[in-house]
Each structure stands twice: as structure tokens, then as C-alpha cells.
Design a protein around this ligand. Structure first.
Ligand code: NAD
Length: 423
């Protein structure tokens, strides 16, 4: 699928000169593994998912979640328009109601003043609307906040939105007879959401040890726990972000921005809750598990590191849907990327909930964690798997034990080699 040049780029990643142009005071690069999430069927299209992550078992987990989803025909996804919010804070406004009237009366001029990206305008994007919010009782007194709604098309849009906010501020000061304070985007991009849904027959969860019908009931109970309890919800949502952040990172997107927005969205009714919904559905005597994840997802395929990081460009190529014969069918836009990421979050959550409600999370996790312990202990090549397997068999996954096992392995290996050399 990838050309030889692309494969070489994957191995080499970014050179130091490129890194030095991305941020300040560069002294090196931090390389992360790039894994491929498998088995994804999203809106009838097959996708391979590039994931940059240091935590073991995330890529395996998401692939098993996606495989389960296939039993229900895969994920169905959707999204709203790629509209971001610019906030302009107005202070010392003498008459808030009068200011609001003046702002709405001058709506067209304000949107024109904010329209500073010719490229966005040419693409049919740019400023599309506004709202006025009253904060009558803050620690610093009353404030008005104007929200500008900016269609950012295929960009995440932070820079475009910040430019628009700064450009509109002088006119808003005049109209409100107040003073502009902050002029910046909101990361609670709740007008730019993506969602993924899945419905899987309970029998797809059957295993040697567990009845599918029981497992899906337990998954719905686990979700109810995370909807009701912020302590559980934080861990539940962290698991969702295991997958989401890995794709954001791989594609050069701003994962802090998405995390901030999603956590604020998770607390939108005043209480922090699970981002997912999992419910049992019965139809014609058979049970299925319905799941849905919806969250703000401000992502881009142009702008920021999506273009300047060479691996991010490749990750976007890998994400293109697989057509006939495994060939890539079409280029990924920001909207499609957000929908894929929602599906990844839902698959990750499904895998975690299934493990938690059946064998427990540690069994699978520890097997992969054991490999990391072996590497930390200094194992290389074949020794990694041998030491890891021994750690798992002993159910004692500690680096000290890994070091002992590695010493034993090396001694044994030496003996065997000496034996081979003997005539
Ligand atoms: P950008 O300014 O690099 O690129 C966006 C621009 O690309 C658009 O304004 C447009 O002029 C152009 N463009 C070309 N083709 C386009 C297309 N098809 N669709 C849309 N625009 C197109 O990047 P950005 O997306 O405005 O900002 C993203 C960066 O800003 C990220 O690196 C992020 O980390 C950073 N940032 C984030 C925050 C925050 O989240 N709070 C604040 C500041 C900066």
C-alpha cells in the first residue's frame, strides 16, 4: 500500500531540522510507536487506523472492539458542520441589553470584519453567525461575551478563529461601548461534533467462558455506572481517549484541544459523565447491544502539524478507505477524520468494557506490559518474548524478576550455543 519512500519515511520519521522549525529550543525528538488499529468497518468502508501511542494493549484492544462491531455491520457515523467558536470578552459595558441590540443590528458588518481568511471564504467557510452571552456575576463583575461561529472546513481552525476574533473586536467595542478583553477560540467546540454508533448481536459476545447475553447486560450496567459517577466516568473516558488521542497524535492534530473540549462537553449538564451510551435492545426475541459515542471533535487535515509533520501526512494516507484489492479509494477530509475518530473511541471503549466485565482488564494488559518489563530489564530480540512469557506464566510482572529471568535466559542460551559448537 505504501511506496518504498513512504515506508522509509515511516521508519525515519522527522529529522532534527524539521523538528527545530516546529517548536522552540529543540534538543531532540521523542519517537513513539506507530501501530495500526485493524478490523474497522465504518459506514461500509474499511479503514486501517494509524495510532501513535506508548501504552501497551491499546492497539490490540481497539482492533478487538472493531472486530466485535463488524458482527453488527460495523460503525455508523455522522457529524455536524465544522463550525468553531471565537469568543470576544467585553467588559465595562454600560448597558448590556442595549449592547446586545446594537450587536445584532450590526451582525453583517461584524461577520464581514471577522472574515480575514480569503482561503476559507473561497471554500465557502469563514464567519457564519454570532450569539451574545451575558455573564452578569463574575469575580470581575458583569461581562458580555460575543461568540462568532466560524466554518473552518478542513482546518482545525485555531489560528483562523483567533484572527477572526481579533479582527472583530474593535467594532464590538464600539457597538457595546465597552472594552474588549480576551479574543480567542473556545475549545468547547460543541457545534463541531462527531458521533459513532453500533448495534451488535449479543451472541457475538459468546465465548468459552462467558454467555454473550450476560456480557452485554454487564456492559450496559458498567456504562450506567460511568454515567452516574464522575470517579468512574473519568476512567471510562480516559479509556476512550486511549484510542482517540493516539489517532490525533498520529495525524498531527491537537489532542489537548480535543481533550479539553470533550471533557467540558462531558460535564455540560453540571456533572461529569461518561461520553458513551450503551443499552440493550430486544428485537424479535434476540438481544443486541447498542452503543453510541458523541463528542466535540475539532480536527483538521490542513494546518498546524497535520501538514508540517511528515509522518502525520502519511498517517492521513493510511486512513484513506481501502477500496477493491486493498487500494486506497479517496482522500480523507476533516469531517471524515472526525467520524473515524469517533468510531475509534467507541471501539476502544467497547473493548475495555468487555474486558472489565469478563476476564478483567489485567489479563490482556499484563501480557503486553510484560514485554515492556522485559525490554526495561535489557532484553533484546527473542529474549523479549521468552522473558515476557515467563513473567506472565509466573503472574509476577516486575522489572526485578525480568532481570533475573534475563540472566537465566542468557546463561541457558550460552550453554546451548556452547553445546552446538561441540563436535
Ligand atoms: P493553520 O492556520 O496552520 O491553517 C488553517 C488555514 O489553512 C486556514 O485559515 C486557511 O487559510 C488554510 N486552508 C487551506 N486549505 C484549507 C482547507 N481545505 N480548509 C480549511 N482551511 C484551509 O491552522 P489552524 O487549523 O487554523 O490552527 C491549528 C493549530 O493551532 C494547531 O497546531 C493548534 O495546536 C494550534 N492552536 C490551538 C489553540 C487552541 O486549541 N486553544 C490555540 C492556538 C493555536
Amino acid at each position: 500500500m505504501l511506496s518504498r519512500q513512504e515506508s522509509e519515511l515511516l521508519a525515519a520519521s522527522m529529522d532534527i531540522d524539521r523538528a527545530d522549525k516546529m517548536v522552540e529550543n529543540v534538543v531532540g525528538r521523542l519517537v513513539l510507536p506507530l501501530g495500526i488499529g485493524a478490523n474497522f468497518l465504518i459506514d461500509g468502508q474499511q479503514h486501517l487506523i494509524p495510532m501513535a501511542i506508548e501504552e501497551p494493549s491499546v492497539v490490540a484492544g481497539v482492533s478487538s472492539g472493531a472486530l466485535l462491531a463488524r458482527a453488527g455491520g460495523g460503525f455508523r457515523t455522522g457529524s455536524s458542520e465544522p463550525v468553531m467558536i471565537a469568543q470576544i470578552q467585553l467588559l465595562d459595558v454600560p448597558d448590556a441589553a442595549e449592547a446586545e441590540r446594537a450587536i445584532f443590528a450590526a451582525r453583517a458588518q461584524i461577520l464581514a470584519a471577522a472574515d480575514k481568511s480569503p482561503t476559507l471564504s473561497q471554500l465557502g467557510g469563514g464567519p457564519k453567525g454570532l450569539e451574545v452571552r451575558h455573564l452578569p456575576d463574575t469575580q470581575a463583575g458583569a461581562m458580555l461575551v460575543v461568540h462568532l461561529f466560524i466554518d473552518c472546513h478542513d482546518a482545525m481552525g485555531a489560528n483562523a478563529v483567533n484572527t477572526a476574533a481579533e479582527a472583530a473586536a474593535p467594532l464590538l467595542e464600539k457597538l457595546s461601548r465597552g472594552r474588549a478583553g480576551l479574543r480567542i477560540l473556545s475549545n468547547l467546540s460543541d457545534r463541531r461534533r462527531a458521533w459513532a454508533q453500533v448495534e451488535i448481536p449479543a451472541k457475538a459476545f459468546d465465548s468459552e467462558e462467558f454467555h454473550g447475553a450476560e456480557t452485554v447486560e454487564r456492559i450496559a450496567e458498567a456504562n450506567a455506572f460511568a454515567v452516574a459517577d464522575p470517579y468512574r466516568a473519568a476512567t471510562h473516558n480516559k479509556g476512550i481517549f486511549n484510542g482517540i488521542d493516539a489517532v490525533l497524535l498520529a495525524t498531527g492534530n491537537d489532542w489537548r484541544a480535543v481533550e479539553a473540549g470533550a471533557h467540558a462537553w462531558a460535564a455540560r449538564d453540571g456533572r461529569y459523565r461518561a461520553l458513551t451510551d450503551w443499552q440493550l435492545r430486544s428485537r424479535g426475541g434476540s438481544t443486541s447491544l447498542y452503543g453510541r459515542l458523541e463528542l466535540p471533535l475539532a480536527v483538521g487535515v490542513v494546518g498546524g502539524a497535520t501538514r508540517s509533520h511528515p509522518t502525520a501526512q502519511l498517517a492521513l494516507r493510511i486512513l484513506q478507505p481501502l477500496g477493491e484489492g486493498g487500494k486506497s479509494a479517496s482522500v480523507i477530509g476533516a469531517e471524515r477524520l472526525s467520524r473515524i475518530i469517533a468510531a475509534v473511541g467507541l471501539a476502544q471503549n467497547l473493548a475495555a468494557l468487555r474486558a472489565l466485565t469478563t476476564t478483567g482488564i489485567q489479563e490482556g494488559h499484563m501480557r503486553l506490559h510484560a514485554r515492556q518489563m522485559a525490554v526495561t530489564a535489557g532484553a533484546e530480540g527473542e529474549a523479549v518474548e521468552r522473558v515476557a512469557a515467563a513473567l506472565v506464566a509466573e503472574k509476577e510482572i516486575r522489572v526485578e524478576r525480568a532481570r533475573e529471568l534475563l540472566r537465566e535466559y542468557k546463561a541457558q542460551d550460552l550453554k546451548e550455543r556452547a553445546g552446538e559448537l561441540r563436535p
